[in-house]
Structures are given as C-alpha cells and as structure tokens.
Design a binder for this molecule. Structure first.
Ligand SMILES: [Mn+2]
Length: 351
C-alpha cells in the first residue's frame, strides 16, 4: 500500500490542520459518529502515532482554530521556588493521554451509563506557547496570546503547565470576557503579593487573580502544610472573600458540599495544581505535600462543577514528570483532564 502522508488544511468546516493517511485522520482515526472502525481501519493502539493530547488533531494555526476545546502546552517552570521540571509537563501529559485513545468513539462509563467525549466533542491540540528562557514576561505573554486565540475562536481553553505561574497569563487572557469565579485545587494558597520584586512566580497566581476586576471570588481547596504564603496572605485572601478549605475539611463535608459553597450561577475557571493530590499517587511534582487528595475526591468535585457551572477555562499545572519514573502522575493528570472534559460536554447535552 502506498503511504501518503500529507497535511490537510482544506476541511470545508475550517482549516484545522490534521495529519492524514490516505484520506483518514491518523491522529483521530475513528472520528465518525457511526462508531469505531476496528474492522476497516488501522487498530491504532495508544502507543502508536504522534502524541498530541488525546491523539486529537494538531492545530498549529492559532488564527484558524475550529473546535470545542483547544489544548495549549505552557512549558514554563522558571517560576518555581524548589524543584524545577514542570517544563516537561505538557509532553508527559500528552504522552500519558494517549492511554485513553483506544478509538472506541467515546469512553463508556458503566457507573454513569454515559459515553463521554464522543466524536461530537471536537478537541484540538494547539501545541505549546513559545518559551523564552529567563524571560518570564515574554513567556507569559506568549501563553496569554495562545489562550486568547482559543477564546476568540469560541473554544474552551485547556492549558497544561508548566508551573503555577502560567495561570497568571491564563487569567489575563480572560479580560473583557465577563466576570469569573476561580476554583483552585492545590496544596498551596499561592497568594504571595511580592517578595524580592517577584510578582509572577508560582507562589503569586491567586494574588494576581484577585486583583482583576473581573475575578469575583476564589474557592481554594486542598490547602495544607507549609507554603510560600505566610499568615498575612491567608488573612488577605479571606478579607477579599476567598473560601479556603483544607483536604481534611473538604473530605469531612464531601465533594458535593464543597462545590455548593461556590456562588450559584458563577462562570467558573478551574485551576488544578497536581500537588493537591497525595504524593503517594502524584510524586511527579516540584513541591509535594503529604496529606493530599485521592483521585475520586477531586473527580467528584469536577463532576459536580461541570453539572452546576459554566466552565470558561481550565489549567492543570506542576506535573514535573522526572520525579516520577512510574509515569503515574502524568497519567493522573491526563485522566483528570479527559474526564473533566467529558463531564463538561455531557452536562451540556442534559441542559
Ligand atoms: Mn499551586
């Protein structure tokens, strides 16, 4: 058989670039609504092919995104105050996400009796924001432009960090798009104003967020142990209306009750720091903190917010894969993101 790889940018519904093999999208082989194509096409097991997020189409032309979800890598880790390595997060999470790309035309969940992320949910991978070493402002600006491009196209932006400083340009990109509430799932408060002149490190993002006129409030869940935020930071956060819950407090009230504390009707931005999880299941991060969440505690919070709120943006940060030779941390990140996206688009079908 003749192998003819080409870039196809001529889709009549929009110039999304996709890798095609003899007319079939090899990154998303079974994209028809009619179901899987095991008998007629390639098997395309998860370990084959190009590792875009979920093995969905690569969309390098940010001026021509035509999708429901646009995934952007933000491989910046110069904002860290301890172990670096989150610059390798986007690649690791993309690689891990291929595990969930069996080509079943969606993922059937028997507990929910729902098929998530069928071919009707169009996800593209924008690639990475350009990172300029030693230059936080330029790197953050490139991330902001990527998120803005996703928003302008009408797609839901999903950013994979990078350290938590990459949340700063994500929130900046939402300027002019209406008021938002932020749900932060994290071990650390990240509410430092300024220290030694640093205002855009990974300890600063929630402080930068509340300075925005369009950020109406914060819900900060999973906060525990030592942090770069001192007592004054907690007092400042609470004075600005922040709702701060530790893992033990959140666990005692249950995921549904935690989410019901978020103001009803709020448009929600969700920022997930992987160090919110227990290091026993997520050791691949720069500042691990024992006593963290387990998988279903966070998954059930995400399922609840997807049912209750409009989600306007997501970031998942601080996966530093080299501290976890098992790869479980990146798999956790990919599994969370894909399930969260599944819940969001499934909730729209019920609305
Ligand atoms: Mn954080």
């Amino acid at each position: 058989m003749a192998l003819s790889y080409r870039m196809d940018c001529t889709d009549p519904k929009g110039p999304i670039c996709a890798f095609m093999l003899e007319g079939r999208n090899i990154l998303r082989p079974d994209s028809g609504m009619s179901g899987h194509g095991y008998e007629t096409g390639r098997l395309d097991l998860p370990f084959t092919g190009i590792a875009t997020f979920g093995r969905r189409p690569f969309a390098p032309d940010w001026a021509a995104i035509d999708a429901d979800v646009a995934v952007l890598g933000a491989p910046f880790d110069a904002g860290t105050q301890y172990r670096p390595g989150a610059r390798f997060g986007p690649r690791a999470v993309r690689e891990a996400s291929t595990l969930f790309s069996f080509g079943h035309a969606g993922a059937y969940d028997h507990e929910d009796d729902a098929t998530y992320l069928g071919a009707d949910v169009r996800i593209v991978d924008m690639g990475d924001a350009d990172i300029v070493h030693t230059d936080t402002v330029k790197s953050h600006n490139n991330i902001r432009l990527g998120v803005k491009a996703a928003l302008d196209s009408g797609a839901l932006p999903v950013v994979i960090g990078g350290d938590h400083s990459v949340n700063i340009p994500c929130i900046e990109a939402l300027e002019g798009a209406g008021d938002i509430h932020i749900l932060q799932i994290d071990a650390h408060l990240d509410f430092v104003d300024e220290r030694h002149g640093v205002t855009r490190g990974h300890g600063n993002p929630m402080r930068r967020a509340v300075e925005k006129s369009y950020v109406s409030g914060l819900t900060q869940v999973g906060i525990r142990n030592v942090s770069s935020t001192a007592k004054e930071g907690y007092e400042d956060a609470r004075a600005r209306g922040s709702d701060i819950l530790s893992v033990r407090q959140a666990r005692a009230m249950g995921p549904q009750s935690v989410i019901e504390r978020i103001p009803a009707g709020a448009r929600l931005y969700v920022t997930i720091d992987i160090d919110a999880f227990c290091p026993s299941i997520a050791p691949g991060t720069g500042t691990p903190s024992h006593g963290g969440f387990l998988y279903y505690e966070v998954l059930e919070m995400l399922q609840a917010v997807a049912r209750r709120h409009q989600i306007v943006g997501i970031d998942l940060v601080e996966v530093a894969p080299d501290y976890d030779p098992s790869g479980s941390t990146a798999i956790l990140a990919a599994q969370l993101l894909l399930n969260f996206l599944g819940f969001i688009f499934h909730a729209k079908t019920l609305a």
